[in-house]
Every structure is written in structure tokens, then in C-alpha cells.
Design a protein around this ligand. Sequence first.
Ligand SMILES: *Cc1c(COP(=O)(O)O)cnc(C)c1O
Length: 384
Amino acid sequence: MAKKMRLFIPGPTPVPPQVAEAMARPLIGHRTQEFADLYRRLEEKLRKVFGTQNEVYVLTCSGTGGMEAAVANVVNPGDRVLALVTGKFGERFAELAKIYGAAVDALEFGWGNPVDVALVEARLKSQKYKAVLATHNETSTTVVNDIRAIGELTRRYGALLLVDAVSSLGGIEIEADAWGVDILVTASQKALMVPPGLAMVSVSPRAWEAINEGRAPRYYLSLPAAKKSLTKFNTPYTPAVSLFAGLDVALDMILDEGLENVYARHRIFAQATRAAVRALGLKLLAPDACASPVVTGVWAPEGMNADDLRRLLLKEYGVLLAGGQAQLKGRIFRISHMGYIDAVDLLGALGVLEIGLQKFGYPVTLGAGVAAAQAVLAGGGQDV
Ligand SMILES: *Cc1c(COP(=O)(O)O)cnc(C)c1O
């Protein structure tokens, strides 16, 4: 039998059949009223999920392209930028700002720890920064950062706040306007349940002031060009039309379920996964207080290579877990429960994980992890 491919990686995530169906429809031209109507609908729905009254630009590129758009349009050579680094994606944001000539101070909090807001305040007090770069959900370490608290500080100290919400938007609450996020970046292939290829970027009036003074080179990722085209609900260059159509349906699914319900579902799945991991006697990567609701990181048992375990699960069961990145490679595995994952998917993945652990000689009482997850799901979780 051909194996079903089951993605439990933090992007690309499984695509709902109704989203796939929308993308399979005959293409429409992008310089048509039909496309303008589609982009207008996306705009209205995206603003709800972003928590913003500002415009959201849909760019045809991956999430990193959206991060580059944020940096390239705001940062001028020589600008002082504070990068809050809690893992690989925080490092990427800092690197991007360096490439564009910023004088970057990177505050490193260590892999597995969240941003310490007191340290950020001390930095902002001691030195004037044009912008602060932060990661909302640090996918590499499965840690969530307190963007609301960081936003209070950046407003108080007059710095712009640029946030990578690539793996959080649509799965974890974020309020761009209320929290003072000046540029919020996300992408299609994570909690938004659409294949890779779109980045979405919201821009505050404060950020526009900086962008309009921008001197760094920008062309494909020019936000002024995106803004000009949006007046006609169009894009400067050919957009990924099919992905726009898929996103239209995916956003309907999210808004029909209700944002609060979507966020609660992700939190409960994280609790169920964490309960299972504990019941199996394994160690979680992130402490409870900053644990991601959309992806759970787990230390492999002593002496077991996490990537060997992952390979077995993929080969035998078609279950793809994510590995560790950089210094965590081979030492951890990550179970993504963002987007179009349901209780049956999650219990199945935990069930075969137990078999895999046992095959590698780790002592498992089969069903112990699944039972712990079931108990959380049956009780609806202790929603926090
Ligand atoms: C996936 C991810 C990105 C990068 O997105 P690409 O689409 O691979 O370019 C950036 N930041 C975070 C936090 C991510 O999880």
C-alpha cells in the first residue's frame, strides 16, 4: 500500500482538502477584477488575524523573503538595530540586518530560553536603537516570546518593533496594533495551512515614516511598490495566484472556527503532547512557562540519535517529525501540531512514536504517552 505522508513538521504543514481544491481551480489573470476581489477579501481577513487596521501586503516569496522585506525597507546602512535572539530564526533576522549594513547588537538568550524583557529594557535605556527585531514563536527551540511586553518597551523608548511571526500567526494570539508591532511578518505554510510561497507583512504608520526615508536598495521586496499596487488590490509583479486562492479558503476556515477557538485548540494540543512526553519519561526542550502552543521539542533519550528515530518513523509509518537545527541536530525531535492537525492525527503520531522508541531499545509501556494525551484531550485541557 502506498504510504500516507503525514507531516508533523513546522512547515510545510498539511493542507486541508478545501484549500487544495481552491488552488486546483482554473487560474485567473492577475490583472483582472476577479483577482482584485480576491486580494480585497484576503486583505480584510488578514487584518483580523493580524489584529491590525493597517495594510497587509501579500508577497510572493517564503517567510524569509518577508523578513528581508521588513529589514530592507526599514534599515539604512549604519542604523543601530537590537536583535533579540532565542534560536536559529532570531539569528537569521540579525544576519539579515547585518547584510543590509545595520550596526546590529544581538542579545542572545540561549537556545531554549525566552527573551528576558528586563535585559531588553536595560539595553534600550543605555542606547538609542532604530529598530528591535524579535521572533514570536522561535520554531527551532519551541519557545514563545512575550511580544506584548517587548512592544511596550519599544514604544516607550522610541524604537520600531519588527516581528517574525512566521510560525505563530493563525496559531498563537498576536495583536499587531494593540501590542505595538510596527512590522509583522508571517508566511503561508505554517499555521495558515497553505503551501509555501507567500509571505504577509503588515506595516504601521510609524514604520512608514522610516520606510519613506529608506536608502537601502530594494526592488522585488519594495514595500512602497506593494503599497502603491494595493490601492488597486494588485501586486507589482506576478503573484502566486493559486496560493492567493488557497489562502482565501484557509482564512475562512480560521475565522469560521473563531480566532479564540483556534488559539485554544493549539494550546490544548501542546498540553496533550507535553503530557505524553512526560508520561514516557522523556525531557521537554522548553519549560512550561514559555512553551510553544504550535510545536513541541523533545530531547532524545540518552544514547539515541533523534534523527535515526525520525528516519524510522518516516520509513515505517509515513510520519515526519522535525529534527533539531544547528547545535540541537540529532539531539532533539520536534512534533508540530500547528494548522490542520486534529486529535486523531496527534494521537496517531504519539502512538507510533512509542513504537519507534521501543524499537530503539528505550523502555516504553506502550500506550502510556497516548493515554496521557487522551486524558488532556478528553478533559478539554486545562486551558490557560
Ligand atoms: C519557517 C520560519 C521562517 C522561515 O520561513 P521560510 O518560509 O522557510 O523562509 C522564519 N521564521 C520562523 C520563526 C519560522 O518558523
